[in-house]
Design a protein around this ligand. Structure first.
Ligand SMILES: *[C@@H]1O[C@H](CO)[C@@H](O)[C@H](O)[C@H]1NC(C)=O
Ligand SMILES: *[C@@H]1O[C@H](CO)[C@@H](O)[C@H](O)[C@H]1NC(C)=O
Ligand SMILES: *[C@@H]1O[C@H](CO)[C@@H](O)[C@H](O)[C@H]1NC(C)=O
Ligand SMILES: *[C@@H]1O[C@H](CO)[C@@H](O)[C@H](O)[C@H]1NC(C)=O
Length: 384
């Protein structure tokens, strides 16, 4: 028959020939994607289609799962005939094709599915489509931690069944990479010797949590969690950690020349703090302050802001140093103590005035009381 067709092709032209050959090749066959990747925990639709010869009737469609068990069967055009497992449903599909949706893909759905088209009178035609269940490693966004406190980094992977081992690596800003901890199936979390006593790892192959306590500036950098899977190769993701050292500012001052005071506001922090001076009721700085930045060996920076003021100003208004830092919700204010003297004077004056008032009130009351009670007292002995 092919030979005859080829011969007729030469007569009718090459285009018609190719078309006829293609139609012949597809006839009676089931087409289905050979290999598909389905993300875990999402719905996924499988599709098969059959090419039907003229006069052929499609009686029934059957789907078999990865264990060759019946997943779903139905007769095309008959909604009542659909029967099958709970976790799948029939999806809409064009004529001569069939689609089923797995409501929520899980690890157990991985494998090959068979679609069978029962035709009349030619019998069954079947196709095979294989599913690989995939997942991504997810991490939370970059983190900041306060030096001396706790930092927790976490990573998760939706297919713990495929994981053999999870490893955490630290990469410093300089680019040095070191292994921190690991956890393998049927064993305990392993912490590298240099991190022991201050790093902990959860015993989980899906949600992995690395805890560092206390956090130091050296812990800054990026952490990669690597999931070794037996079928999908290594899967990884990275989260970066920034360590803050919070400022504890101090103010000191001295008289440099008669009537002139030099004040220093100092703060050691990471990253460097921003220091501004604030003058009560008038938040202009008194003269331009001079800022000096001195990087310390441990990753922190000493910031000194020097302000020169007329000593007369200190008597009237309060001068504060405001330290702004990314790790603080609001700036730290340090007063130059000058206003305490004034406040104390006011307090003493108020107390003195109040005492005087109370004393005079008492005196007045006592006088009135005596005045009224005197006749009574004189009467009392006579009644007895
Ligand atoms: C399912 O049946 C096919 C043949 O139809 C066979 O090759 C395959 O190994 C079977 N799979 C299982 C899991 O039994
Ligand atoms: C996390 O920090 C690293 C390095 O600081 C940066 O390259 C990356 O873009 C950050 N990622 C996010 C999600 O902000
Ligand atoms: C303020 O700091 C400078 C160094 O930046 C120092 O020379 C000066 O003595 C300090 N003054 C006071 C009052 O501490
Ligand atoms: C003083 O500071 C307040 C807030 O701290 C601001 O609203 C105001 O504009 C400042 N005034 C001057 C003169 O800078």
């Amino acid at each position: 028959m092919k030979k005859m067709m080829m011969q007729s092709c030469y007569r009718k032209g090459l285009q018609v020939c190719l078309l006829l050959l293609m139609v012949e090749r597809l006839q009676g066959r089931v087409t289905a994607p050979e290999r598909l990747e389905a993300p875990v925990e999402k719905p996924f639709t499988l599709t098969c289609s059959v090419s039907r010869e003229r006069g052929e009737l499609l009686r029934q469609v059957r789907w078999l799962d990865v264990k060759n068990q019946t997943l779903l069967t139905y007769q095309p055009g008959n909604r009542e005939s659909v029967s099958g497992q709970q976790h799948v449903e029939l999806a809409s599909s064009p004529k001569d094709s069939s689609a089923i949706t797995i409501r929520r893909v899980g690890f157990r759905d991985e494998g090959c599915y068979t679609c069978i088209f029962d035709m009349n009178p030619s019998g069954s035609k079947q196709g095979l489509t294989c599913l690989t269940v995939t997942a991504q490693v997810t991490v939370e966004s970059n983190k900041t931690a306060v030096s001396g406190k706790k930092a927790s980094l976490s990573c998760s992977y939706g297919l713990p069944e495929k994981v053999q081992q999870i490893t955490w690596k630290h990469t410093s800003a300089k680019g040095d990479s070191t292994e921190v901890a690991s956890f393998a199936k049927r064993s305990d979390p392993m912490i590298e010797p240099s991190f022991q006593g201050r790093v902990w790892l959860s015993a989980s192959l899906s949600d992995s949590q690395l805890t560092i306590q206390p956090v130091s500036v050296q812990d800054e950098g990026c952490y990669t969690c690597l999931y070794n899977t037996h079928s999908d190769g290594p899967k990884m993701s990275t989260v970066c950690l920034v360590t803050y050292v919070l400022p504890k500012p101090q103010v000191s001052y001295k008289t440099t020349s008669p009537g002139v005071i030099e004040a220093n506001c100092t703060s050691v922090s990471r990253p460097p703090a921003e220091i501004v001076w604030n003058v009560e009721r008038d938040n202009r700085t008194v003269g331009p302050p001079v800022t000096t930045l001195l990087p310390q060996g441990d990753g922190t920076t000493l910031v000194i802001s020097t302000l020169t003021v007329q000593s007369g100003l200190l008597k009237d208004v309060s001068i504060k140093c405001l330290v702004h830092h990314k790790g603080l919700e609001s700036p730290i204010a340090v007063s130059m103590n000058t206003k305490i003297g004034t406040a104390l004077t006011i307090l003493i004056s108020v107390t003195t005035a109040a005492s005087l008032l109370v004393m005079s009130l008492c005196f007045c009351l006592w006088k009135c009381f005596l005045h009224k009670e005197d006749p009574m007292r004189r009467l009392k002995p006579t009644t007895n």
